[in-house]
Design a protein around this ligand. Sequence first.
Ligand SMILES: [Zn+2]
Length: 468
Amino acid sequence: MVTRYKLRLTAAYALAAVLLAAPLASVVAQTRVSMPKNKYKVQDDVRIGRDAARKVEQQFPILNDTQVQNYVEQVGERLVAAIPQEFRQPGFDYRFQVVNASDINAFALPGGPMFVNRGMIEAARNEGEMAGVMAHEISHVALRHATAQQTKVNNPLNQILGIGAILGGAILAGEAGAQAGQVAAAGYFLRYSRDYETQADTLGSQIMAEAGYDPRDLANMFQTIANQGGGRGPEWLSSHPDPGNRFQKINREAQLLNVSSNPFKITPEFERAQARLRRMSPARSWAQIQQGIRNGDVSGNSPTAGGRYSRSVELPSQRTRAYRQNSISLNYPDNWREFSTQGGLIFAPEGAYGDQGITHGAMMGVFRSAGADTLYATQSYLSSMLQNNQYLSQRGSLSRATVAGRQGYATALSGRSPVTGRAEVVSIFTAPLRNGDLLYIAAVAPEAEVHQYTGAFRDMVASIRLND
Ligand SMILES: [Zn+2]
């Protein structure tokens, strides 16, 4: 009897201990996220996202690399599996694609399609940081923030035209002022409210911890992105504005969560994917891609693909050939080929071009600098150039140069070319355009041969005439 009583007491005590311990370990812990009010059907999210995704796939170069694609999918699926039960939608289709664009950006469309820029993967310092951006985006989708945000807007037009027309328009037509039918990259990104940003940070942290990541890497990624912004600041931060003390809040949430003692950080898969991307020819920026779309070119391929690199490239001919267009004319060596690219021109001899760009020759194009002064625009162009070609570094400072009768700048970059494995010099020239943008010329040659190219590059730059 006594023994039995004692046993019961022990059992009751043990049960109480379990009941007490459970809330301490999990329920008290994480911040509660609740689904915002939404007057749209789940099916609306799915439809809008699917239509928008189709347009994105048509207009933007999707990276054609199975290895990187599989890797990003694997990380994405791991995160999706960690979405809390209450925020799962059976109709949602989370899909992950890599866009071959250099900007540090990513976006998710309602219902699940996500696009991660190659620039974002290259900028991340470890897999946790990349997964952080993805977990944050997944959270916006799971919480249906796009349609919830539209629910808050009391716009009678919504009832007449339907949510798809309004939201699809907001996502696809671009910022106000964009012409119909033209896709402004910035328009793909909804600018979320601060409340929704806090929710996506919180749920994103919870998903990360559940999936085996350290949520602090989400906080770190915001800093990584801010540090690599360059001139105009990365788009991603402007569509995901800081709700205030974001870094501290995410770190505080992380303390409440059950974070693995050995979270995914620098994984071999991550390192392999980054190394693979860095070996590829540089990605274009959104702005360059858009420019290409405007010029009617929707292919995402390198314009010089199809060429073969050769160790012996013929020296530049003394004789020149003229390139004439309405807005620009110039002369180039007549043994060089001309390629029109999205937003620019490339001139290169046989054996010096291929799917990874050029090893000898010149590239020119327009860098969108929105009326910034020429020095600032040149610096912004250089930082994007260095970001897209991580093997290069600047050699010396900027010096003034006259290009097409205008006051511009010149400098040189150098580094070991990933194509030839040899030292390479890239001479840069810039000049202001009338519309506030910047004309750039990047002339490339192996260091050992650069003296044989200096004359050709100089004559080419001196022959440029602008009619803009
Ligand atoms: Zn966000």
